[in-house]
Ligand binder design. Structure first.
Ligand SMILES: NC(=O)c1ccc[n+]([C@@H]2O[C@H](COP(=O)([O-])OP(=O)(O)OC[C@H]3O[C@@H](n4cnc5c(N)ncnc54)[C@H](OP(=O)(O)O)[C@@H]3O)[C@@H](O)[C@H]2O)c1
Length: 328
């Protein structure tokens, strides 16, 4: 079990949270198909009321819509002690633009300062990355953000940008991490540990397939290789089902708990109230040694998968943003 875990909380930078985050891409994006704003807001409020205190969103999810829904949930529940994380799209991260984008996200969220402001993916190779990091650092001085983080950086890229920081630490790296995407275990975990950083995992449920949802019914599932990997792995599906049954929890809770036991802070996409229970269940039980070994053995082949990239760095930012605008 991770040394970062202490009791039922974990730290990101200097912020102590429950080690499961509420993911909100689902709440605002066309790629996920229909769900009403009210449904998503209610699910977030319910999760906060259940004691979860970490929410992740991004300016690109529904181009501001997800941030607005999170903002509404925070207005209804209250934002005290909630770590609110959002992101600037890698393609919007151009020198001179970071402060403007952070200010717009802060307004949509309705908070005084963004808890964790993240760079959503490494920008194109034509961008001066150090200047982006300096502008991210300036957000802390301006009181717009409390902490800064990155997403989708593999260990070698991370080592390079850490040299850019002048004044503040980059506290986290948010990457795809699940039972069917274990590439971060090769070098990234070790690199993050060395620098006192936290791995925040996305794709925890492989778009629901690790929770037994194996029908392709929206674009997000259609386009995700991890969804198919999980949906077609019957040995894994069976192991999750048996372990869940033994502990009296949902299958989703088993997949979430596995990620916690590995030392990550898993994000779980949430837009339905009935799914909140699984997030809470994941905090209330532990996987036995032999259960972890069984899951690790069945999923060993996914250690060899390529690290997940969300945008090829060779493509100019403007083209990447145009493509994402069509889908997200
Ligand atoms: N940094 C990045 O590049 C990046 C990329 C992707 C995602 N993310 C973040 O990570 C979050 C989660 O990752 P993800 O979007 O890949 O999704 P995920 O967590 O792997 O899957 C979420 C989906 O699983 C289903 N689900 C959730 N709980 C369930 C339960 N208890 N039982 C059955 N099904 C359940 C839901 O499907 P239905 O809603 O259809 O019911 C939900 O939308 C996102 O919301 C976002 O905040 C970040």
């Amino acid at each position: 079990m991770s040394e970062h875990l202490s009791g039922k909380t974990i730290t990101i930078g200097d912020w102590r949270i429950k080690p499961v985050g509420i993911g909100t891409w689902q709440a605002g994006s066309r790629m996920w198909g229909t769900s009403t704003a009210e449904e998503a807001i209610n699910a977030i409020v319910e999760a906060l009321s259940s004691g979860l205190n970490f929410i992740d969103t991004a300016e690109i999810y529904g181009w501001g819509r997800s941030e607005l829904l999170v903002g509404e949930a925070l207005r209804r529940y209250g934002s005290d002690d909630v770590l609110v994380a959002t992101k600037i799209a890698g393609c919007n991260a151009r020198p001179g633009y970071v402060v403007k984008h952070a200010e717009a996200s802060r307004r949509r969220l309705g908070v005084d300062a963004i808890g964790l402001y993240q760079l959503h993916w490494p920008p194109s190779i034509y961008t001066d990355e150090c200047r982006i990091i300096w502008e991210l650092e300036s957000l802390i001085d301006k009181g717009l953000a409390h902490m800064i983080g990155v997403c989708n950086y593999d260990w070698d890229e991370l080592e390079k940008i850490l040299y850019c920081t002048r004044k503040y630490e980059i506290v986290s790296d948010q990457v795809e991490y699940s039972l069917v995407q274990r590439a971060p275990e090769r070098r990234l975990f070790e690199t993050l540990r060395k620098h006192g950083m936290t791995l925040i995992g996305w794709g925890t449920l492989a778009k629901g397939a690790l929770a037994g949802k194996t029908r392709v019914d929206n674009m997000a599932r259609l386009l995700d290789p991890s969804f198919y990997a999980a949906a077609k792995n019957w040995e894994l599906q069976e192991a999750i089902r048996e372990i869940a049954e033994k502990h009296g929890v949902s299958r989703a809770a088993v997949a979430i708990r596995w990620s916690i036991e590995k030392g990550a802070v898993p994000l779980v996409g949430l837009r339905r109230r009935r799914h909140v229970k699984s997030l809470v269940e994941a905090l209330g039980f532990s996987l036995a040694g032999e259960e972890l070994e069984r899951l690790d053995r069945i999923t060993r082949r996914y250690l060899g998968r390529g690290f997940t990239r969300v945008a090829p760095r060779i493509i100019p930012n403007i083209i990447v943003c145009a493509i994402y605008r069509l889908f997200l």
